[in-house]
Design a protein around this ligand. Structure first.
Ligand SMILES: Cc1ncc(C[n+]2csc(CCOP(=O)(O)OP(=O)(O)O)c2C)c(N)n1
Length: 596
């Protein structure tokens, strides 16, 4: 039965929000080899299309509605990683995408399989990660009847995907897959979902995998408007207190070397968002550190006092800005972003530049504008870096979590790929691990998803089998997706699992201590599992470290072990992340800037 074109759910609102710009021009892009046209089933088409897109690995979990596709995966031999929970599969795909720069591909079944990837889809949407997610669906004849394992995945994922499709005939599948990869990876990257009813995956149609995508309504703007660039060049020339705020947009655009060149050309100080870390070298003299809630004093004061703030690929997240009324009150704001919907969303912008970050930076370098008179400002900021460094009180016996991160940084020479979960350990890692290279830092920023760090590390290790990968996690977050120990055991990936064990939901405990008069409601977990035995149950080396005296040797043993290792580091339980911008405060109103 041919029902004509796929049901393209009207998504204008979301298209606007995520920068899918309406235009009448035709987009043509040649990315794939031409594939022979032939008649085949929907599920064979899916596998053929993935090969045409040069997909090397799929993350997924099978079930009834997607069985024809898994049968095809079996016959074809295309690499599929069987996670132990769909959430594990999608976070692994996110880690893979973050490190490789390629789209992560996920295949799950209908109903619970699909709903189990919702958190990951929302996470990828918030952090602009390219994913193509296939969800099985019940047959077209029973859609809408509450059939077994039916869920309205199109409805559920509408606000958390860059686009979604429900396929209605096999012959439209090649076009849909082609479009999905194009949409996921171009412009501002994001997740695209394809809902595939079982009968469509069984029926036959003509496989015609075109080289071209025709999406007249989707035309991301890559090249900057030269007049706007001119305005920015002039603003930089006349600025006395300029600062750059760099976000993950620079990483997505692969624009790190251009950023470095531009910064050195103009001698501009740089602050970073959480997700932007690594886009600019963390040990560079002009780097001020992370800005925002747990940012450095120098970065936050630079933003508060600057007269020109140049945001490149950052979206002025509330964790970065603090109280908007008090944000950069005397600054002219320039905002470079590929997504026009971000410009002016949170902050009034004086120089908007809709462009790919790399292209905009290339143009700025080319213009080679007159440098601003900011030597004094740069010196002042250097002084702030020296006077107000990140700090913690040392202890002679107990392992301070900050110390743990510092020592891991030093012992890996900062070369490792580091993933984190969400909480205090995440902030300490962002503060104390200096990322000098792009795409070594994998964390859940926008959604703040506990359970992300471990599966993301598996995906990162699959993307880069020869690089050291360390997952730094809280005791609570690790337990949200620890079922993937089974996958780690099976694959024997050399991922190092670091549990920063403070026997509590640390970040929650910190907020309760500071803002809820120490009423620790459901945040203390004094009874902890035996993580060593847990690791050993999966034939993974397990270690526990209680004393500072054993810290260095334990880190060395962990790093030199050829296979996977889990280390339960028992750290100081009541340590807080400082400095901190309390909710409602401005960036200049940080607490805990200096030791008490
Ligand atoms: C799925 C999910 N549930 C709840 C939260 C809220 N939350 C943020 S941090 C945190 C505590 C995390 O504890 P742990 O993993 O031990 O890390 P720590 O803060 O101690 O380093 C919680 C509950 C969240 N971010 N994600």
């Amino acid at each position: 039965m041919n029902l004509g074109r796929a049901v393209l759910v009207p998504k204008k609102l979301y298209q606007l929000v995520r920068g899918i710009k309406m235009s009448t021009k035709l987009k043509k892009k040649e990315t794939t080899a031409s594939f022979e046209k032939k008649v085949m089933t929907g599920s064979s088409m899916l596998v053929e299309a993935l090969k045409a897109e040069n997909v090397e690995v799929i993350f997924g979990y099978p079930g009834g509605a997607i069985l024809p596709t898994f049968d095809e995966i079996y016959k074809d031999g295309i690499r599929h990683i069987l996670a132990r929970h769909e959430q594990g599969a999608i976070h692994a795909a996110e880690g893979y995408a973050r490190v490789s720069g390629k789209p992560g591909v996920v295949i799950v079944t209908s109903g619970p399989g699909a709903t189990n990837v919702i958190t990951g889809i929302a996470d990828a949407m918030m952090d602009s990660l390219p994913l193509v997610v296939f969800s099985g669906q019940v047959s077209t004849a029973v859609i809408g009847t509450d059939a077994f394992q039916e869920a309205d995945v199109i409805g559920i994922t509408m606000p958390i995907t860059k686009h979604n499709y429900q396929v209605r005939t096999a012959s439209e599948l090649p076009r849909i897959i082609k479009e999905a990869f194009h949409i996921a990876t171009t412009g501002r990257p994001g997740p695209v979902l394809i809902d595939l009813p079982k009968d469509v995956s069984i029926e036959s149609g003509l496989f015609d995998y075109s080289k071209e995508v025709h999406l007249p309504g989707y035309q991301p703007t890559y090249l900057p408007n030269k007049l706007q660039i001119r305005k920015l060049v002039e603003a930089v020339s006349s600025a006395k207190k300029p600062v750059i705020l760099v976000g993950a947009g620079v990483l997505h655009a692969k624009g790190s070397s251009e950023l470095l060149e531009y910064v050195e050309q103009q001698q501009l100080p740089v602050a970073s968002t959480l997700l932007g870390l690594g886009a600019f070298p963390g040990t560079h003299k002009l780097f001020l550190g992370m800005a925002g809630m747990h940012g450095t004093y120098a970065a936050n004061m630079a933003i508060y006092e600057c007269d020109l703030l140049i945001s490149i690929g950052s979206r002025f997240d509330d964790r970065v800005t603090g109280n908007l009324q008090k944000f950069a009150p005397t600054a002219k704001i320039a905002h470079i972003d590929i997504d026009p919907a971000e410009i002016g969303k949170n902050i009034e912008t004086h120089i908007p530049i809709v462009a790919d970050a790399k292209e905009a930076l290339k143009e700025l370098i080319l213009q080679n504008g007159r440098k601003g008179q900011n030597t004094l400002w740069n010196e002042e900021l250097q002084q702030l870096k020296v006077e107000y460094p990140l700090w913690y009180n040392e202890d002679l016996a107990v392992i301070k979590p900050q110390k743990l991160i510092e020592r891991i940084y030093e012992k890996t020479n900062g070369e490792a790929i580091v993933t984190t979960d969400v909480g205090q350990h995440q902030m300490w890692t962002a503060q104390f691990f200096k990322f000098n290279k792009p795409n070594r830092w994998v964390t859940s920023g926008g959604l703040g998803t506990m359970g992300f760090g471990f599966p993301a590390a598996i995906g990162a290790q699959i993307a880069e089998p020869n690089s050291p990968v360390i997952a730094i996690m809280g005791d609570a977050g690790f337990q949200m997706t620890l079922q993937e120990l089974s996958l780690l055991q099976e694959m024997q990936l050399p991922v190092k699992l670091v549990i920063v064990n403070n026997a509590s939901l640390g970040m929650v405990r910190q907020w309760q201590q500071i803002f809820y008069e120490e009423r620790y409601s459901n945040s203390l977990v004094p009874v902890q599992p035996n993580f060593v035995k847990l690791a050993e149950a999966y034939d993974i080396k397990g270690m526990r470290v209680d004393h500072l005296a054993d810290l260095d040797a334990a880190i060395e043993e962990m790093l030199s072990h050829p296979g996977p290792v889990l280390v339960d580091f028992r750290v100081a339980e009541k340590e807080n992340v400082y400095p901190m911008v309390a909710p409602g405060a401005g960036l200049h109103e940080m607490i805990g800037v200096k030791p008490e």
